[in-house]
Design a protein around this ligand. Structure first.
Ligand SMILES: Cc1cc2nc3c(=O)[nH]c(=O)nc-3n(C[C@H](O)[C@H](O)[C@H](O)COP(=O)(O)OP(=O)(O)OC[C@H]3O[C@@H](n4cnc5c(N)ncnc54)[C@H](O)[C@@H]3O)c2cc1C
Length: 292
């Protein structure tokens, strides 16, 4: 089912999990367990990322097939167009269509850091170009990325919002946001989106805190503000106590999620980082409270 139809037919807000293809055999074993634990929570859908430049092309396809056909989950296939020429884009999307994918999320992606990568000369510069390419060729429900704090390279939040509007005007059906540690960024973002005429559903992304190192690294990469509240909460924990940190991360995410749902968010999209414990903790608490 297309994501838009899932929202239209679901009496409650949706819960969904983001996964990425494993990069090693050990990670693959662990992902296998994560998938089974998360599937038992019966999410409305899961999403699978796509490495820019096609770096996870095969891994993403295999993971999508596993989730969809072996586990019976609804899957949103992300697609990062960076560096790929039109033929490659069509090859990936034809394949997704053939395996029954109905919803995609189109992002530009970034230059892959690991290897020396030569972008295709005809690769599309922005996600809006990718949406414009996909829309007339496929019947997918198309999502795009939104940044409540503005994209890290954007000249201003206003300009970034104009480019987001362009993505929607080119045919995007929904927006999934980057994560944030202060809901006010999200609420302000939604208001600004509505203010410039973006009417599509906006699904908040929630990233539980898994480790301080990971939190600092990811926030540095995507420009998410680590708020004083988060820093003070972590400082109050016994140093090096990993379990206490994960418990704090769950608690913090639950509070964020409760507020987001009370404000009318269409669902919650949890960035799992291929881990299950925090997602389980958050979802069970929200279900206990009757919010999901
Ligand atoms: C929900 C979500 C899922 C993601 N999934 C993946 C994934 O699977 N794989 C992956 O590699 N990355 C993924 N990313 C990361 C994403 O690829 C990066 O954030 C990337 O830097 C921007 O992608 P975008 O689609 O937002 O780009 P765009 O919308 O193209 O924007 C990129 C930058 O260019 C600016 N811009 C946009 N249009 C124009 C224009 N016409 N002229 C001038 N400037 C413009 C924007 O303001 C922004 O600063 C994801 C991000 C999110 C939030």
């Amino acid at each position: 089912m297309k994501l838009i139809d899932i929202w239209n037919s679901s009496p409650k807000p949706t819960i969904s999990f983001e996964l990425f293809p494993a990069r090693s055999e050990k990670a693959a074993e662990s992902l296998e367990k994560t998938i089974d634990i998360l599937a038992a929570l019966k999410p409305d859908f899961v999403s699978v990322t796509f490495g820019a430049g096609g770096s996870t092309r095969e891994g993403s396809r295999q993971l999508i097939e596993k989730l969809k056909h072996e586990k019976g989950l609804e899957v949103i296939a992300y697609f990062a167009g960076f560096g790929l020429g039109p033929k490659d884009i069509v090859a990936v999307l034809d394949n997704y269509q053939a395996i029954g994918i109905e919803s995609v999320l189109a992002v530009r992606g970034d230059t892959p850091q690991e290897e020396k990568f030569e972008p295709h000369p005809d690769s599309l510069p922005y996600a809006s170009d990718l949406v414009a390419f996909i829309r007339p060729r496929y019947d997918f429900c198309i999502g795009v990325a939104g940044y409540p704090e503005g994209h890290i390279d954007a000249p201003s939040k206003e300009k970034d919002l104009e480019y987001l509007k362009l993505k929607v005007d080119q045919g995007a059906d929904y927006i999934v946001t980057n994560y944030f540690y202060d809901n006010r960024y999200f609420f302000d973002f939604v208001e600004r989106c509505r203010g410039i005429g973006i009417q599509v559903p906006i699904l908040p992304g929630v990233m539980p805190i898994y480790s301080v190192k990971m939190m600092e690294m990811l926030a540095g990469m995507c420009g998410a503000t680590i708020t004083d509240e988060v820093r003070q909460g972590i400082t109050a924990l016994a140093e090096g106590d990993k379990q206490a940190l994960v418990a704090f991360g769950i608690e913090f995410a639950v509070r964020q999620c409760v507020e987001l749902l009370e404000a009318g968010a269409p669902g919650l999209h949890i960035y799992t980082m291929d881990r299950s414990k925090s997602a389980v903790g958050v979802v069970n608490r929200l279900r206990d409270e009757g919010l999901l």
